[in-house]
Design a protein around this ligand. Structure first.
Ligand SMILES: [Fe+2]
Ligand SMILES: [Fe+2]
Length: 480
């Protein structure tokens, strides 16, 4: 009898050492313009680790890249100390790395930062950095040394996760503008490893940093290079070989997507939100080899150790730090104190450009702030289809509130506006009307944003509700 195996998975921890910045100035602007809580990244990671250590039913932890934010050594040394804490407590830890984990001072490797920096009060100064070639040895204790097999070219490896279950951690360092996937020999190695697992009677799970299925079709259309390099080849391999699940990160979006080929063969991409996003969660996964199922759930933070959130939820507390949340928080100032709105969103919005066209921007934002949902319903000619209660709600609901609610669900997934809601009817109708206008007037600037065979209305659906697997947080996958 093979016992079930459980693991936690964290991705995109984007750890930033406290040695790397001072309060105020450039790093605050850097963080505001991002969508992750960089300053609190140590506290957030430590809280997740406390939760993992408190759970003696799970003995394995995976990290799937962008472990640190800027490829600097300070952060890598501190991040690895956290891994040591986990292994000292008896946990098995398996790690891969990604483009934020190394620098490339001469530009030979594509990465997030060519040089690692410390943020001072007025600018930045160079600090020691991690090179891509040194990553494998640095993290060798967390995967490669326990591996059944290692691909020498990429550093990818396979471990025995538990009885009847193997895990292949694929290393795909790159950002796709070159190639962020396995090369020919690596694909052969992966295929051989899948066969070896089958021969041993084991299931095999895959994990890789870059997404194998895009969270939204528009993502694939606009940023195909951000996906796992050679993803179509991997789709084919997984379908042909019956590998049913790949765990990914990188987009920072919580998303569970299923791909089915023409023969009805399928697999699931479980993409996990960045641990340091306001909506940060870790996955808790249990594989039962006897039943042949992989059960995925998600675990959020209900506190951050050492941080007083003033009674706010972790999401509310962190959301206002970054781009979308900051704009939402400051938006009421558009009506009352426009200059302060620009000051408060400095680093988020292009304050200089907005100031240069201040009158026009102010008029535009005030116009937007006054619109109600009814405006979208009338634009989309769906007003008459609404019930009396829906009309009342549409007249009372500010359009910007709906827009902000959609933004709030971009990273956590599970957007709330199902087809029966007034928000869906109004916005979907407006998008469909815009589709007709774009086609009629051949507006190329918009046409090129729309994936072939798709439409603005179809693109909007991705952001209105979960039209995919029903939940971005949980799924039970049949491995058989
Ligand atoms: Fe990331
Ligand atoms: Fe990434």
């Amino acid at each position: 009898m093979k016992q079930p195996t459980s693991f936690y998975l964290l991705t995109d921890t984007h750890y930033v050492s406290k040695q790397n910045w001072v309060e105020g100035g450039p790093f605050t602007r850097r963080e505001r313009g991002d969508q992750i809580a960089l300053k609190l990244s140590p506290e957030i990671l430590d809280t997740f680790i406390e939760m993992i250590l408190a759970d003696d039913t799970v003995d394995t932890v995976l990290f799937t890249g962008d472990n640190v934010d800027d490829g600097d050594m300070n952060s890598h040394v501190e991040f690895r100390a956290r891994l040591e804490k986990l292994t000292a407590a008896g946990k098995k830890v398996y790690v891969t790395t990604a483009t934020h984990d190394y620098c490339s001072p001469n530009g030979e490797d594509e990465c997030f930062s060519h040089n690692a920096v410390r943020y001072t009060a007025t600018g930045t100064e160079p600090i020691p950095m991690m090179l891509r070639k040194d990553l494998f040895d640095f993290y060798a204790d967390y995967g490669p040394k326990q591996a059944l097999s290692v691909d020498s070219e990429s550093g990818s490896y396979v471990v025995q996760l538990g009885a009847g279950v193997r895990l292949c951690m694929i290393v795909d360092n790159g950002n796709g503008r070159s190639h962020c996937g396995l090369f020919e020999a690596g694909v052969r190695w992966l295929t051989d490893e899948i066969h070896a697992a089958k021969e041993a009677g084991d299931y095999i799970l895959l994990a890789v940093h870059h997404p194998v299925i895009a969270p939204w079709e528009v993502f694939r259309h606009m940023a195909d290079y951000e996906l796992y390099g050679g993803y179509r080849e991997l789709w084919k391999l997984m379908c042909e070989e019956g590998v049913r699940v790949v765990f990914t990160g990188h987009t920072h979006v919580q998303s569970i997507r299923k791909y089915t080929d023409a023969q009805g063969r399928w697999f699931v991409d479980v993409a996990t939100v960045a641990a340091v996003n306001a909506a940060g969660k870790m996955r808790r996964v249990t594989v039962d080899p006897e039943q042949g199922v992989c059960d995925v759930t998600s675990v959020p933070l209900d506190h951050i150790t050492g941080v007083d959130t003033g009674g706010q939820s972790v999401f509310e507390y962190l959301y206002g730090i970054n781009f979308a949340g900051r704009v939402e928080k400051c938006f009421p100032l558009v009506k009352t104190d426009f200059d302060r709105f620009l000051d408060e969103t400095d680093g988020v919005l292009p304050a200089d450009k907005l100031r240069a066209h201040k009158r026009l921007v102010k008029l535009g934002l005030r116009f937007a702030s006054k619109r109600k949902l009814a405006f979208a319903a009338k634009l989309g000619k769906t007003w008459r289809t609404l019930t009396a209660a829906q009309k009342k709600a549409a007249k009372e609901t500010p359009l910007m509130d709906v827009a902000f609610e959609i933004c709030r669900h971009i990273y956590p997934g599970n957007a709330p506006f199902t087809p029966d809601t007034v928000e869906y009817i109004a916005l979907h109708g407006a998008a469909a009307r815009l589709d007709r206008m774009v086609q009629k007037h051949k507006i190329e600037a918009v046409q090129k944003l729309i994936p072939p065979g798709s439409s603005l209305a179809e693109m909007a659906e991705d952001f209105l509700y979960n039209n995919r697997t029903g939940s971005d947080d949980a799924i039970c996958i049949d491995l058989k």
